[in-house]
Ligand binder design. Structure first.
Ligand code: OGA
Ligand code: NI
Length: 332
C-alpha cells in the first residue's frame, strides 16, 4: 500500500505537528519514497481546469498538435509527439519508445535579472510555447504552477524537519528553481505494444520532489519496492502523489530513495482507455550544488550541479533519431 499523509495539520499547525509529519515523511522516504497527500489545500477546480484543458488539446488531430512543436528540435517546450522519448534510457536500459505524448512547459514569467537572462539562465528559463487552441491553456497552467510552487516550498521545509536539519535549509537553493512540468497523455492503444514497450518505461525522476496529479483508469503508475515487487500507485484526481527524485536521494546520501517507477499498458480489454497525468518536477536553482548533507567523509556521491544533472538526463532519454541534429539544444 502507498502511504497517505494528511498535510492539513502541518499547514496550519504547531511546530510539533510539522515535526511529526516531517518524521512520518522521513520514515516513508527511507522505505518506498512514494506517498500520496490529502489536506493539501489546492482547490480541485485548479487541477480539473488544467486536466480538462489538456484533454481538449490532446483530443485534436495530430496535424493540429504538431503546430505546437518547438521550432528548435530538442527544446523542452511545447508538444512532444509519440516516439520521441524512452524514459528507461535515463537508467541505462534500452526499450522501444514510451507510448505517450506530452506537453512540456515551465515558469511563465521571471525577473529581468542576470540569473534568468544571462546566457546560462536562458538555457533554463525558456519562453513557453502555447497553442491557439484551447484558449486559456497558458492561464490554467500558470495557476497550477503557482499552486505547486507554494506547496513545494512548504513541503521542503517539512522535509528538512524530517531530515533533522534546519527547517529553512533548502530555501535559498530552491528560491529560483527551474521546475518543468509535463502534461502526459497516454493514448488508447489501437495496436498491441511492442515487446518491452510501456506507457512509460522504468525510470527514476531527476529532481527533488515530483508532484503528480493523475486519474485512476486502467494502465497506471507502479513503483518498485526495495525487494523488487511492483506496487500499483493509486492516482486519484483529488490527491497528489509525491515521489523523491535523484537529486534529493543524492542530497540525503541515499537516506531517501528515488524509486524506479513506470506506467504500464492497460489490459487488452481496456486498450481504448486513455490516461492523463500532470507532473510538476520540482528542481532546485540551476546553480545549486547538491552536496551530501551527511557528516564529512561519508558522501556516496560527488557533488553535482542541479542544472547540469538534468541536462544530462534529458540528453539520455531523447531517442537517437531525435538527437540527430547539428546544434546543441537548450538544456531544460
Ligand atoms: C513521469 C511519471 C507517472 C504518471 O512522467 O515521470 O512517472 O502516472 N509519470 O504519469
Ligand atoms: Ni516519473
Amino acid at each position: 500500500m502507498i502511504p497517505v499523509i494528511d498535510l492539513a495539520a502541518a499547514r496550519s499547525g504547531s511546530a510539533a505537528d510539522r515535526l511529526r509529519i516531517g518524521q512520518q515523511i522521513d520514515r516513508i522516504c527511507r522505505e518506498i519514497g512514494f506517498f500520496s497527500i490529502t489536506g493539501h489545500g489546492v482547490p480541485l477546480a485548479l487541477m480539473d481546469g488544467l486536466r480538462d484543458t489538456a484533454k481538449t488539446f490532446f483530443a485534436q488531430p495530430l496535424a493540429v498538435k504538431q503546430r505546437a512543436i518547438h521550432p528548435v528540435q530538442g527544446t523542452p517546450r511545447g508538444y512532444i509527439a509519440l516516439g520521441v522519448e524512452a524514459l528507461a534510457y535515463g537508467n541505462g536500459a534500452t526499450t522501444p519508445p514510451d507510448l505517450k505524448e506530452y506537453y512540456h512547459f515551465g515558469r511563465q514569467h521571471w525577473p529581468d535579472q542576470p540569473y534568468y537572462t544571462s546566457a546560462e539562465g536562458q538555457r533554463y528559463f525558456l519562453p513557453n510555447l502555447w497553442p491557439e487552441h484551447p484558449p486559456g491553456f497558458a492561464a490554467a497552467a500558470a495557476a497550477y504552477y503557482a499552486a505547486m510552487e507554494a506547496l513545494t516550498q512548504d513541503l521542503m521545509r517539512i522535509a528538512a524537519l524530517g531530515l533533522g536539519i534546519d527547517e529553512y535549509f533548502f530555501d535559498d537553493k530552491i528560491d529560483r528553481h527551474i521546475t518543468a512540468m509535463r502534461l502526459n497523455h497516454y493514448p488508447e492503444q489501437a495496436m498491441p505494444p511492442a515487446p518491452g514497450q510501456l506507457r512509460a518505461g522504468t525510470h527514476t525522476d531527476y529532481g527533488l520532489l515530483t508532484i503528480l496529479n493523475g486519474e485512476d483508469v486502467p494502465g497506471g503508475l507502479q513503483v518498485q519496492t526495495r525487494a523488487g515487487a511492483w506496487l500499483d500507485v493509486p492516482t486519484q484526481p483529488e490527491n497528489f502523489v509525491i515521489n523523491i527524485g535523484d537529486l534529493l536521494m543524492r542530497w540525503t546520501n541515499d537516506r531517501w530513495v528515488s524509486n524506479p517507477h513506470r506506467v504500464v499498458n492497460p489490459p487488452a480489454e481496456a486498450a481504448r482507455s486513455r490516461r492523463l497525468s500532470i507532473a510538476f518536477f520540482h528542481h532546485p536553482n540551476y546553480d545549486a550544488l547538491i552536496e551530501c548533507i551527511a557528516p564529512p567523509g561519508e558522501a556516496r556521491y560527488a557533488p553535482v550541479l542541479s542544472g547540469a544533472y538534468r541536462d544530462e538526463k534529458y540528453r539520455q532519454t531523447r531517442l537517437a533519431s531525435a538527437q540527430a541534429q547539428p546544434e546543441e539544444p537548450p538544456a531544460c
